[in-house]
Write a protein that binds this ligand. Sequence first.
Ligand SMILES: C[S@@+](CC[C@H](N)C(=O)[O-])C[C@H]1O[C@@H](n2cnc3c(N)ncnc32)[C@H](O)[C@@H]1O
Length: 224
Amino acid sequence: MRLRKTKNLEKRRESCSELRLPYTLPTFKLNEIKDYRQYFDLEEIFGNPNPLVLEIGCGKGQFACTYAERNPDKNVLAVECEAGVLVKACEKAQNMGLSNIRFLEMKAEYLPIFLKPQSVSEIYLNFSTPFPKKTYEKHRLTHKSFLEIYKTLLCSDGFIAQKTDNQGLFEFSLESFSQNGFALYNISLDLHKSDFEGNIVTEYEQKFAEQGMPIYRLEARPIL
Ligand SMILES: C[S@@+](CC[C@H](N)C(=O)[O-])C[C@H]1O[C@@H](n2cnc3c(N)ncnc32)[C@H](O)[C@@H]1O
C-alpha cells in the first residue's frame, strides 16, 4: 500500500501523545532480542485491571474506537506500524472522548517485549495486509511466527478474531491456525449475509462490502 504524506504529522502526534504509549526499542535486531523485556504497566496506564483487548493493524481506528465505546469495561490497545495512519486513529479516540483506549505505534513483531505473557483476552486482526507474494508470506499476521506471539500473549480463555475480504489470506490463515495449535470456531464465508450479531464494520470492510465482496471471518483459540 502506498501511503500519502500526512500533513503536520509531528504536531498532530504531539497533540495526542497522552493516548500513545511511549517506548524505546532496543538497538539490536529482532532476532537478537531473546529475553529482553520492558513490560508496560497497563493497570497503571488504564487505571484499572480490566481485560485487555488488542487490535493489530488498526488503521484509522474505526473498529478499535467503536469497540472501546461499546465496551467501557474493557481496555483496548490498538497497534499500527504506520505513523500517518495511527495519528488519525488517535484523533478519532480523542474526538469521541474515550478513556479506555491507547495506541501503540509499533510493528506487531515487537509486542512480546512490551506486553506480559497471558495478559491479553482478545486479539482482533481486521483486514490485515494480505502480502499475496509467497516471498512475503512471513509478514502475514497469521504466519506461524505471529501465532507463536499470540499464544504467549493470550490468557487461558483468550481468543483471536480475524476478518478479511482476501480469500487467499483466509485460506492461508485457516491452514496456519489449524497447523499451529489453534482450534477454529464460528467460521463465516460471507459475514454480512450470516446471522452474526454485533459486527463492528471497519474502514476497509465498508469499502469492500460496498463493492459486493464477501467478508470472511473466523475465531481461533489456542488448544491448551
Ligand atoms: C489493510 S489495513 C486495515 C486497516 C483496518 N484494520 C481496517 O480494517 O480498516 C492493514 C493495516 O495493518 C498495518 N500493518 C501491517 N502489518 C503490520 C504489523 N506487522 N504490525 C502492525 N501493523 C501492521 C498496516 O500498516 C495497515 O494500516
